[in-house]
Design a protein around this ligand. Structure first.
Ligand SMILES: *[C@@H]1O[C@H](CO)[C@@H](O)[C@H](O)[C@H]1NC(C)=O
Ligand SMILES: *[C@@H]1O[C@H](CO)[C@@H](O)[C@H](O)[C@H]1NC(C)=O
Ligand SMILES: *[C@@H]1O[C@H](CO)[C@@H](O)[C@H](O)[C@H]1NC(C)=O
Length: 177
């Protein structure tokens, strides 16, 4: 074998055997790195892969995807709560809880919107904090039903918290914390 040939063969082997140099593996490797930092790996992977761009996304692209998922979720839940509020009974305790959750979700949406704008201008330092604000809003909504233990929003609050957790994990890649 000629010198150049064997060199090429070594190079080819290196490419094939080095998992991080393969493009296809690289994306799932990134998702894996992010998702092991969250409390529910399955939820994280499933959520991120619900977006068709996830396999090719780099860190920045994945952050955009994660915040977009959180944004869609928070706005959908907020609008659902507003709908319930509109047709809510005159029962004041029911109305009070719905109003608190509506205001929580306004706050969550606003924080995620700010994060999204930050991402657009490649400003990364407050991303994790903003995701945490949104997550705490879901906590606050859930807490308003603590005494009566009849929260109608438990699974929705959990979903937003889970999505925010993904946002936090990705955001920390930019700030190295
Ligand atoms: C984790 O997420 C999966 C998929 O969404 C869900 O089925 C499961 O119940 C979650 N596990 C916990 C402990 O919340
Ligand atoms: C997001 O929000 C929708 C509508 O409120 C909900 O049905 C869904 O389960 C939520 N979770 C995820 C992970 O998208
Ligand atoms: C209002 O709703 C709450 C929660 O469903 C219930 O416990 C309470 O008895 C209701 N109050 C009135 C005045 O109907």
């Amino acid at each position: 074998m000629k010198m150049a040939d064997s060199f090429f063969l070594c190079f080819l082997l290196f490419i094939l055997l080095n998992p991080s140099s393969s493009l296809a593996n690289h994306a799932s490797e990134l998702v894996n790195e992010v998702c092991v930092k969250t409390s529910n790996y399955t939820f994280c992977v499933e959520s991120l892969y619900s977006d068709p761009h996830t396999p090719e996304a780099d860190s920045y692209g994945l952050a955009v995807i994660a915040f977009r998922l959180a944004y869609i979720n928070a706005t959908t839940t907020r609008d659902y709560i507003l709908k319930l509020l509109k047709k809510a009974s005159s029962n004041s305790s029911i109305r009070r809880n719905l109003q608190r959750c509506a205001s929580d979700y306004y706050k969550a949406v606003s924080a995620i919107e700010t994060a999204y704008n930050d991402l657009n201008s490649e400003t990364f330092f407050e991303l994790a904090d903003l995701a945490a604000v949104a997550s705490r809003s879901a906590d606050d909504c859930e807490a308003s039903y603590k005494r009566t233990r009849n929260s109608p929003f438990t699974s929705l609050n959990k979903a937003l918290k889970g999505l925010c957790e993904i946002c936090v994990a990705i955001s920390k890649r930019f700030t190295g914390s």
